[in-house]
Ligand binder design. Structure first.
Ligand SMILES: [Zn+2]
Length: 109
């Protein structure tokens, strides 16, 4: 932790709180990637990542784990042998992609 105040072109690291350059993607102190680069707020989930996880690993509930719906992810995992989650995941991935970034953030993130 540092008690320095950030300048106009600086920001606090979202992980360790160290003052780093605003355009820095990765904290020089702790190496954590900064999420402020995108237009959406901090801690938001990436729509494309969620969609890709749903399409390729949807049968294992990967996208639900990613979005923080652990309970639902476990259900997918348990029923993965039925291939139903695979199908549902694929559809969910496509739905994610058709949603606007705003809509997605409001609904899932
Ligand atoms: Zn840091």
């Amino acid at each position: 932790m540092s008690n320095a105040t950030p300048g106009a072109d600086e920001q606090f690291c979202s992980s360790c709180g160290e003052v780093i350059k605003k355009e820095a993607e990765i904290c020089t102190e702790c190496g954590v990637r900064q999420s402020s680069a995108g237009a959406s707020g901090s801690g938001s989930k990436d729509k494309t990542s969620a969609a890709l996880l749903a399409i390729f690993l949807g049968g294992l509930g990967a996208h639900h784990f990613y979005l923080g719906n652990t309970g639902r992810g476990i259900i997918y995992l348990v029923f993965s042998w039925t291939f139903i989650p695979l199908l549902v995941g694929l559809i969910e991935g496509i739905i994610y992609l058709t949603k606007s970034e705003d809509e997605f953030q409001r609904q899932y993130a």
